[in-house]
Design a protein around this ligand. Structure first.
Ligand code: ACM
Length: 525
């Protein structure tokens, strides 16, 4: 069994132990940092101060006194090839993290935390512990630049404090995109000042189907409510930015629209008002294509843009069953007026209107792979979820794509051998080793197209994830395996090595009260 202090997850590019020496953090240790690397030093210092109770001040320069105990952040003399790259050198008296950017320095700090005892993640002072890190040399850089996890806060609502903790956990795993699914048939969870009914009506669901939606329609009688106020979102974005996590907001259209249509029936095509949905599965409720509806949605996007600084905005685009558009005379008239062939092309036109709006505001559109149907909007980025085909098609067309296939990275799927021994989930079968074995770069893509595969992303849909402890259970440790797929080189150590490192890594999660699923079948096969 490997020394648990070397339980680095994700595995770095290169890593070499330097004998048996250790760096011993002391009450007198100082951090040295200035300029762009200072914020990364501050993030590291906060965590070390919390877990040791020591002052650990940050100074701009070292003193060069003999025996000065220091953790020094150094600007790389030449710009490293990857902006997120870093090197970490741990010796007996000093630790040096070298990076070109604040992101690289931050990731060097995250790796260093993993060299200290797991209690470094505990958040309470433990001055009695031996705060040792082994002497080591690490060179590291990410394989992919998009390393994401999507969380569905529409089907079930998670308190903002949990979202904050979740983002912190992503950063610890060197994941850098938090895709936030904020609207769906069963709930609208983002405050929009211009249209208050979106949360007044849209964030309240009367009840939820009991058991699996496929077999039962009886409701539980328990209301589900909750939304994120704009002030909370601004704070969250600042928190995520400090941790080099971009937040990608998703506002679903033209399908998954029922909560919005319940709030403002004029946006839809229904003969009579319908409530925020209390059941799961694909719904037929669509937004109509009237100019007022498009303007409404663009008003919503304008507020979303003002809250989230990320270059990208996600507009959904998945599972829009076109029945209502097909049966509605006004929609059909619009379709003919626009000279469009069919409803797929109408969806493509609809998404194109949003892409153009986002472009005018300096943002890029992301959508699920159905946005390929009827033609891909100019500059759109595709999330390939129904397998790899959507990502491959997008890349061949010269569009960027993110690999999110359900059979490799849908963390709402079962993860044990049999559903009969697991809490209720949506279905599927995605054990840890299958996540770890996933290869996001499609073999059939030549280099000029492969560069369009920006990265990989795990999905947490929450129909069957009603609580945050269940969310922890579904997310971890599969997110640790995802981190290795997204960050570590293609030639990463095998699964057995990952499992060995995971033993140490799970202790870090324990220290943070993460209610992960213990992967017992791999630890005691
Ligand atoms: C999806 O799973 N409907 C993107």
């Amino acid at each position: 069994m490997r020394d648990p202090v070397l339980a680095l997850v994700p595995h770095p590019v290169r890593c070499k132990r330097l004998g048996d020496a250790v760096f011993a953090l002391r009450a007198t240790t100082r951090l040295i940092a200035s300029g762009p690397l200072f914020p990364a030093a501050e993030m590291l210092a906060v965590r070390l101060r919390q877990s040791t109770g020591w002052p650990l001040p940050i100074a701009a320069r070292r003193t060069d006194e003999a025996g000065e105990s220091r953790i020094e952040f150094r600007q790389a003399a030449t710009v490293l090839p990857d902006p997120e790259a870093y090197t970490l050198h741990v010796a007996a008296e000093q630790i040096t993290i070298t990076a070109s950017t604040s992101a690289g320095a931050f990731y060097g700090g995250q790796t260093l935390l993993q060299l200290f005892p797991p209690a470094v993640f505990g958040g309470v002072p433990r001055p009695e512990l031996a705060w040792h890190a082994p002497a080591i040399e690490i060179e590291d850089a990410p394989r992919f630049r998009w390393r994401g996890v999507m969380l569905d806060s529409a089907r079930h609502f998670q308190p903002i404090d949990y979202i904050r903790k979740f983002i912190d956990l992503l950063a610890q795993h060197k994941l850098n995109v938090f895709h936030w699914h904020l609207t769906d048939d069963q709930g609208w969870r983002i405050e929009i000042k211009k249209y208050p009914r979106l949360v007044e009506v849209g964030s309240r669901r009367r009840e939820t189907t009991k058991g699996h939606g496929k077999y039962r329609t009886e409701g539980d009688g328990l209301p589900v409510t909750g939304y994120y106020a704009q002030e909370e979102i601004r704070d969250l974005v600042a928190y995520a930015t400090q941790r080099h996590v971009h937040i990608l907001p998703e506002i679903e259209m033209p399908g998954h629209a029922q909560a919005a249509v319940a709030a403002y029936p004029k946006l839809g095509l229904l003969p009579k008002a319908r409530e925020v949905s209390c059941r799961w599965g694909i719904h037929e409720t669509l937004f109509n294509v009237k100019p007022d509806t498009l303007a409404f949605l663009q008003d919503v996007l304008a507020e979303v843009i003002s809250l989230f600084p990320f270059d990208y905005i996600h507009i959904g685009g998945d599972e829009a069953v076109k029945t209502q558009w097909r049966q509605d005379a006004d929609t059909q008239a619009s379709l003919r007026q626009l000279g469009l062939r069919d409803e797929d092309h109408l969806q493509s036109w609809f998404i194109g209107q949003m892409a153009e709006f986002l472009r005018r505001h300096g943002r890029k559109l992301v959508g699920w792979d159905e946005i390929l149907e009827g033609g891909l909007a100019s500059g759109a980025t595709v999330m390939s979820w129904r397998g790899a085909a959507g990502g491959i098609a997008a890349a061949r067309l010269g569009h960027d794509a993110i690999m999110c296939p359900y059979d490799a990275v849908y963390f709402d799927y079962y993860q044990g051998g049999s559903p009969s021994v697991e809490p209720l989930a949506i279905g599927g079968d995605l054990p840890l080793h299958k996540v770890h074995a996933y290869e996001p770069a499609p073999a059939e893509l030549p280099a000029e197209h492969a560069r369009h595969i920006l990265g990989v992303q795990g999905q947490l849909w929450t129909e069957y994830i009603p609580t945050t402890s269940r969310l922890d259970y579904m997310a971890f440790p599969r997110i640790a395996a995802l981190a290795e797929v997204a960050w570590s080189p293609r030639e990463r150590p095998p699964f057995a090595d990952f499992v060995t490192r995971l033993c140490g890594h799970l202790r870090r999660l324990d220290c943070q009260d993460v209610r992960y699923r213990a992967p017992l079948e791999f630890l005691h096969p």
